[in-house]
Design a protein around this ligand. Structure first.
Ligand code: IDP
Ligand code: MG
Length: 153
């Protein structure tokens, strides 16, 4: 079904990698029932991050954001499933961890907005832009999990 093939771009930021939270974050999306279709470990360039965050270029925190995000390796991923963009954002919690509810990734695992450990696309359009920026078409892998009929009715 087409609606089960919605995709979102999720990325463990450098602080999430440095703090050893990659496994915990992947586990939350796996346990939920979403399907991993792409993943890599990479140290991104400032140029890629300026492009990724181009909507925020005029914001005062933009230079610090690019510096933070390019300070070490990150784990970009693509997850697929029904309403995965919106549900993924709910799983992340509010941008500022001071406002993120307990139970969300940011609510449980971080404290400050400038070290909020994870990125998630805010719309299907952003997801498509971000997936295209971080992955080639070949790197996004279509497959059918054995448990699919136990996740979807
Ligand atoms: P989002 O990551 O929840 O989509 P955006 O508003 O798109 O939030 O901001 C992108 C990222 O920029 C945030 O996740 C955070 O790392 C950083 N950021 C946003 N607002 C601030 C701020 O006021 N100070 C420092 N960093 C910020
Ligand atoms: Mg955003």
């Amino acid at each position: 079904m087409a609606e089960q093939r919605e995709r979102t771009f999720i990325m463990v930021k450098p602080d999430g990698v440095q703090r050893g939270l990659v496994g915990e974050i992947i586990q939350r999306f796996e346990k939920k029932g979403f399907k991993l279709v792409a993943l890599k470990f990479t140290w991104p360039s400032e140029e890629l991050l300026q492009n990724h965050y181009s909507d925020l270029a005029s914001r005062p925190f933009f230079p610090g954001l690019v510096k933070y995000m390019s300070s070490g390796p990150v784990v970009p991923m693509v997850w697929e499933g029904l309403n995965v963009v919106k549900t993924g954002r709910q799983m992340l919690g509010a941008t500022n961890p001071a406002d993120s509810l307990p139970g969300t990734i940011r609510g449980d695992l971080c404290i400050q907005v400038g070290r909020n450990i994870i990125h998630g696309s805010d719309s299907v359009e952003s997801a498509n832009k971000e997936i295209g920026l971080w992955f080639t078409e070949k790197e996004v892998v279509g497959w059918t999990p054995a448990a699919e009929n136990w996740v979807y009715e």
